[in-house]
Write a protein that binds this ligand. Structure first.
Ligand SMILES: [Fe+2]
Length: 283
C-alpha cells in the first residue's frame, strides 16, 4: 500500500522479481472460511458506495468454488478482461520491482491472509486487501491502462528522486480515491473498499474534505498512516485520471514541489475546489 517495505532482498523461496508460488493447496479450511466470511460481508457493505467499475469487476472474483481464489483459475479471467494478472509476493515489496510489475500488467498481491481474530484490520496489506480491494478495478480497461501508466511513471520517478511525490498520487487515488459517477460520489480506492468504516467516513463524515483532483495538489498532499484520512480527492472520471497520468510530464511538477512543505490531511489551500457534503449522497 504505502511505499515502504519490510524486506531488503527477496526472502528464501522468492524469485528475483519477488514473486512466490501461490501454493494454493497449503491454505487451510479455516483460512478459506475467513476469506469467504470477509468476501460476503464486504461485498454487501460496499454496495451503494463503490463505483460501477468496482462492482462489475467483482465478478472476476466469483469463481465456481468458494474459498481463497486459485490464481490458476482467476488469472485467465483477469487476463481476458484487461491483460493483467495477479502475482503472489511475500508482502510489501520495494519500489523498483513494484513499479516494474505494474508497468508490465502484473499486480503483486500478498500471499497471506489476516487471522480470524483480526477480520477488521491487517497490519500490512494482506491478500484480502490486495484481491478484494485492487483486483476488481484492474478488470476495468481504462483503470487498467492507468495502472500501467503509473508503473511506468514510477520507474521514471526512481531516476528523478521523486518516488515520494509520485507515491502520493497512488495513495490518494488507487488507495483512497473517490470518483464522481452519475452526479454522486462513489469510492474506487482499495484502502477504502477493504474497510467498511472508512468507506462510510470518506463519503459521509462531516468535517472531512473532499477536493476535486488536481495533480500537483495531490502530489503535495500528506496522508495519515494509522487513522482515517481527513482529505479525499475526487476524480471526474477514470479517463481523466489515465490521461493526466499518461500525458503529463511530471518532472517540472516534481522540481517545483521538491522544496515545498507538504499539505496536511484536512488542511485547505488556495485553489482547492471542495465538493459539498450534500453531493456525496446525491442519486
Ligand atoms: Fe493497496
Amino acid at each position: 500500500m504505502a511505499a515502504k517495505h519490510v524486506y531488503q532482498r527477496p526472502p528464501a523461496g522468492a524469485a528475483a522479481d519477488w514473486t512466490v508460488p501461490q501454493n494454493w493447496e497449503r491454505f487451510t479450511p479455516a483460512e478459506h472460511a475467513v476469506w469467504d466470511g470477509l468476501i460476503e460481508r464486504q461485498t454487501r457493505a460496499v454496495e451503494g458506495m463503490a463505483c460501477g467499475a468496482f462492482l462489475s469487476g467483482l465478478d472476476i472474483l466469483r469463481l465456481p468454488a468458494p474459498g481463497i481464489p486459485d490464481l490458476a483459475e482467476l488469472n485467465p479471467r483477469l487476463r481476458a478482461a484487461t491483460g493483467w494478472e495477479i502475482v503472489p509476493v511475500p508482502g510489501v515489496i520495494p519500489n523498483e520491482p513494484f513499479f516494474r510489475h505494474l508497468s508490465e500488467r502484473r499486480f503483486p498481491a500478498a500471499n497471506f491472509l489476516r487471522p480470524a481474530n483480526s477480520l477488521d484490520y491487517s497490519v500490512e496489506p494482506d491478500m484480502f486487501h490486495d484481491l478484494f480491494g485492487h483486483l476488481p478495478m484492474l478488470a476495468d480497461p481504462v483503470f487498467a491502462d492507468f495502472m500501467v501508466a503509473y508503473g511506468k511513471a514510477g520507474l521514471r520517478a526512481e531516476g528523478l528522486d521523486a518516488v515520494d511525490q509520485l507515491g502520493r498520487l497512488y495513495l490518494h487515488t488507487v488507495e483512497f480515491g473517490l470518483v464522481r459517477e452519475h452526479g454522486a460520489l462513489r469510492v474506487f480506492g482499495a484502502g477504502l473498499l477493504s474497510s467498511y468504516s472508512e468507506t462510510v467516513h470518506a463519503l459521509s463524515a462531516p468535517g472531512v474534505q473532499r477536493i476535486e483532483f488536481d495533480l500537483a495538489r495531490v502530489m503535495q498532499s500528506d496522508y495519515l498512516f494509522d487513522k482515517f484520512q481527513r482529505s479525499y480527492f475526487v476524480i471526474a472520471s477514470f479517463e481523466d485520471l489515465l490521461k493526466v497520468t499518461a500525458e503529463t510530464d511530471f518532472q517540472p511538477i516534481y522540481d517545483r514541489l521538491r522544496n515545498q512543505p507538504l499539505i496536511a490531511s484536512g488542511a485547505a489551500v488556495a485553489g482547492d475546489r471542495l465538493v459539498p457534503l450534500a453531493e456525496t449522497a446525491a442519486a
